[in-house]
Design a protein around this ligand. Structure first.
Ligand code: UD1
Length: 374
């Protein structure tokens, strides 16, 4: 039995880390290799995470880089097919919903290699979101599907996927969060980069963390301007630290919106490492984001999250966690921020099986499914 684990983009790294670790400790008899597609390649988006999360260096690197969705997906497929042929794996394990996930799942399925999907069954029901397409198709191609919340099973069954293939395993991202909190970098250290760090560190008011990278928020100049305007205004009340995704950085530059970041109350940083990010979030008054992972991490940390999207696939963060959907309407955002500032925000609880042991359950189940003893 040989397993190829796939990573490509930043949110994959936190998911694969505990899975690789669990394979190492629980099933040393399984041959496990890590394939990196190279969808993300910058040190800030890639290298630093391998180091901090103790992920072994990839055995195979496809180095595809950036491109349109079709180009990127096709390039991954072209480069992954010979890997499948050379390695002859029993299983290809993919995580999340990025282009690398669907590209490798599709190649594997056509070569009759079993596909395992970690983080299956999440649905935003918004097909304008490229990740939604990736999620639906990857789940259709998968032989074993591990879910992070019980409701995901209903989504899968409604799409004709046999319930026997689906295992509720919990959230591997939270495994990584729990294992890393002791190494979180204190916010103070990261905020020291501010022109006036005192603005951020006054205990009485606190600060917010902002991330933005969804095409719906950043690719359209008007939408981006509207968001940056309201967030700029709000920063006078609650200073905002903003690690800027390269995609967003490019869009801000192209649109000539750099002046929005010239605000002492809005600290724009290059993408920060994982330990820096969890340190910032843990101490934040609130998080404003359009990311999927941050909705989950804030729920696990008990920090209020305002999601700058009209929908989410992580419904459990709304029903049980600290997440609130606020969309992109300036008035709604203003009101939601003020609600958090006056009431302290939504109080949640940790969803079932977000307990730090999801990867162990996945590896044990996988071993059993493959007929090897864990
Ligand atoms: C991808 C994922 C998204 C995930 C996000 C996390 C898909 C469809 N989307 O979106 O689900 O939430 O990663 O970051 O797979 N760039 C760099 N350096 C890098 C990588 C990218 O500068 O290391 C720039 C390039 O200009 C590139 C742009 O960022 O064109 C976007 O990168 P891409 O991988 O296409 O998608 P993301 O927006 O990062």
């Amino acid at each position: 039995n040989k397993i190829l684990c796939i990573v490509g983009a930043r949110p994959n790294f936190m998911k694969i880390a505990p899975i690789m670790a669990a394979f190492r400790t629980r099933t040393p008899q399984l041959a496990v290799k890590l394939v990196h597609t190279g969808q993300h390649y910058d040190v800030a988006m890639n290298g630093r995470f391998f180091e901090q999360l103790g992920i072994p260096a990839p055995d195979i690197s496809l180095e595809v880089g950036s491109g349109s969705h079709a180009q990127q997906t096709a390039e991954i497929m072209k480069r992954f097919e010979p890997v499948i042929d050379a390695e002859a794996p029993t299983v290809v394990l993919v995580v999340g919903d990025v282009n690398s996930t669907i590209a490798c799942a599709l190649v594997a399925a056509k070569r009759r290699v079993k596909v395992v999907h970690v983080e299956a069954g999440l649905r935003s029901r918004d097909r304008s979101m490229p990740e939604e397409i990736n999620r639906i198709l990857t789940d259709q191609l998968s032989d074993r599907l591990y879910t992070t919340e019980a409701e995901a099973l209903d989504n899968l069954v409604a799409e004709g996927i046999a319930a026997e293939r689906v295992v509720f395993a919990g959230n591997v991202m939270i495994d990584t969060l729990q294992a890393s909190l002791a190494q979180a970098v204190p916010a103070e250290a990261t905020l020291a980069a501010a022109r006036d760090p005192e603005i951020f560190l006054q205990a009485s008011q606190g600060y917010a963390v902002l991330t933005l990278h969804r095409p719906s928020n950043v690719d359209d100049v008007q939408a981006l301007t509207r968001l940056l305007t309201v967030l700029g205004e709000l920063s006078a009340e609650l200073p905002i630290v903003f690690p800027v995704h390269p995609r967003t950085q490019n869009k801000i530059r192209e649109a000539g919106l750099g002046a929005f970041l010239d605000n002492p109350h809005l600290l724009a940083l290059p993408p920060v490492g994982y330990f820096e990010m969890i340190g910032l979030m843990r101490e934040a008054k609130l998080v404003l984001t359009d990311s999927g992972g941050l909705q989950e991490e804030t729920t696990a940390l008990g920090v209020p999250c305002l999601t700058l999207r009209e929908n989410t696939e992580r419904l459990i963060t709304l029903s049980q966690g600290t997440n609130t959907l606020v969309g992109a309407d300036p008035d709604t955002i203003r009101k939601a921020v003020n609600d958090v500032l006056t009431t302290g925000g939504k109080v949640g609880r940790a969803p079932a099986l977000w307990d730090g042991h999801a990867a162990e359950r996945i590896v044990d189940d996988l071993a059993c499914w493959l007929g090897v003893s864990a």
